[in-house]
Each structure stands twice: as C-alpha cells, then as structure tokens.
Design a protein around this ligand. Sequence first.
Ligand code: B4P
Length: 192
Amino acid sequence: MRLVLLGAPGSGKGTQATRLREHLQVPHISTGELLRAAVAAGTPLGLQAKAIMSAGNLVSDEIVLGMLEERFQRSDTVHGFILDGYPRNLSQANALDVLLDRIGQSMDLAIQLEVDQELLVARLAGRAQAEGRADDSPEAVRNRLRVYEEQTAPVVDHYRTQGKLAHLDGVGSLDDVFTRILEAISPYADVG
Ligand code: B4P
C-alpha cells in the first residue's frame, strides 16, 4: 500500500514508519533521512541543505522532489511505500500527485498524527539529549514548529479533500499509537 505520514516535528512519523515498514514489508522513504545522508556524505546537495536544515527551515522543493523521483525509480517501491516527511507544503503535495500519476500510481491513505505542542517540544528536547541532532536545538525546534503550522498543516486539507485522510491521536505509548495506525490501514491491507 502507498501511505503518507503527516504530523508536526516530534509527532512520531519516523518512529512509527520504522515499525510499519516491518509490518507492511514496503520501504520507508524519509526525505529527512535522505537529506541527512546527503549532508553526512558531503555531496553538493548535502552542502546546500546543511545550513537550511540546522535552522529548521525547508530545503527547496526542487531538491527534495529530485531526490524523491530518484528514490521512486528503485524497484522496491512497486508494491508500495511509506512516505515520511514529504509532502511538507502544498506545492510538494501537488508535485507528488503528478509524479505518482505519471508512474500509474496513487496514494491510498494519509495518516495524520496529532500531538500537542508542549509534548512535541518535550520529545524533541529528549532526542536532542540522546542524539544531538543539530535541528533539535530549542531555537530550531521553535522555527520547525512555526514552519509546520504555516506550510505543512495545509497539506492535511489536501488529503481530506481527496477523502484520503485518517486523523489519529499521536499521544500514548509507541504500541498504542501503532495499534491506532494498524486499525486505520486495515481496510487497505490487501492493496498491492
Ligand atoms: P524530518 O527528518 O522529517 O524530522 P521530524 O519532522 O523531526 O520528524 P521525525 O520523523 O524525525 O521525528 P519523530 O516525530 O518520529 O525532517 C528534518 C528536516 O529535514 C526538516 O526540518 C527540513 O529541513 C528537512 N526536510 C525533510 N523533508 C523535507 C521536505 N519534504 N521538504 C523540505 N525539507 C525537508 O520523533 C521525534 C522524537 O519523539 C523521537 O525522539 C521519538 O523517540 C519520540 N517519540 C515518537 N513517538 C513517541 C511516543 N509515542 N511517545 C514518546 N516519544 C515519542
């Protein structure tokens, strides 16, 4: 099945996508991870993205779409995928629809994980201590939450309008949230 995970930074997208990958046996495609890999490898794209990401801003639509198109060319995506961190704005949502249409596919479901702001900040502060990610500093987190509200929140309506949105409570244990996601995707279990 073809799934998009939506939610603010710290809402659990990456965390739950890792579990879903095992369950659905389809690849987990995280644009954040693809970008962090480019930064770590010091590629020209990575050098361009590094400062933008550290400040908590969005990398340009062209760069991210190019990366995604390249990833979709790999044969492991034919039976589906879990997209995490993309689309981040309406222009990316429209570009994704066009891209999928071109390869004869369409999204099955978008899952939105809802978590209140105070808890998001606490989760990201915890990760800052554990992993030291540059964009988990208090200042970058504040900016990422603002960017989410301004640019990414409208993407939720894009999928709601298409009748493809499942809005879920993202608060609770990892197992609780995972169970809610499994319930939401169960009608699509046979989608190849
Ligand atoms: P991402 O990598 O997408 O980072 P994120 O929004 O922080 O989400 P992530 O998946 O990592 O965290 P999660 O909520 O699972 O993006 C990073 C940056 O890359 C962006 O700011 C941007 O610069 C760039 N970028 C990425 N995609 C882009 C795009 N399409 N266009 C332009 N730029 C793009 O987890 C967070 C923490 O919460 C973890 O520590 C986890 O353990 C904890 N947690 C999760 N679930 C929990 C639960 N139920 N209870 C308690 N803790 C929980």
